[in-house]
Design a protein around this ligand. Sequence first.
Ligand code: F6R
Length: 260
Amino acid sequence: MEIIVLPTARQVGAAAARIIAAVVHTAPDAVLGLATGSSPMEVYRSLRTLVEHGDLDLSRTRGFALDEYVGIPLDHPQSYAAVIAREVVGPLRMNPSLVLVPDGRDRDVARAAERYEAAIRDAGGIDVQLLGIGTNGHIGFNEPTSSFASRTRAKTLTPSTRADNARFFADADDVPTHCLTQGLGTILEARHLVLVAQGSAKAAAVATAVEGPVSSFCPASALQLHPRATVLLDEDAAAGLTLRDYYDHIQRQKDRLAIP
Ligand code: F6R
């Protein structure tokens, strides 16, 4: 796992955007795994700047969202379909028909989940998967005790996740209770995982994921099993790391030797 600590949330976003842009420059029809929530917003902002300056063309790039609430109306502003359309597809000038979100409205959630897995497979798998981390260590909506072998499926949100996400809804009771999420097994198949975290609220979860034991109790610790995982943190999110000096040392050495 590569751990990079940067001074500000904006720099975290810019660094993740550079990784994504490099992949798309090499393969314009690359497949991106897209996260929602607050964490990736600086990434999308940086990508938007590149697109607007003509330095990046995402019009042929495909995308798969990590998750969606079950039962939320498609036109609800907090459905992840609406968030992806508003924050990603529109501003980044992506082709809407190339960007999919799990269908949380299908009454047959198992069928919707299978369709989503098949669509990812048919696209040739995900090249770069952008991830945030929940305060309880979830990635996607794989809540603690999720199987590392899990595929896209319905999950029950924990009370802590519903409380964390209440800020997006008028009333805490409006936060959906269930979701459809890519599984940890699905996420681990992406060729490059890029996790971004900002702010002190994430410090404990980040430390457990990066330096704690690999455990389904902290789903993000699954990144330790991946051959190519990059963790981009601002100072506050990195505050709980005990090997912080070592990670900085590695980055300095890389810069000195110009290792990409
Ligand atoms: C969202 C997602 C979640 C969030 C996580 C952090 O698609 O998959 O894992 O990344 O809950 O949310 P924020 O960034 O809002 O703190």
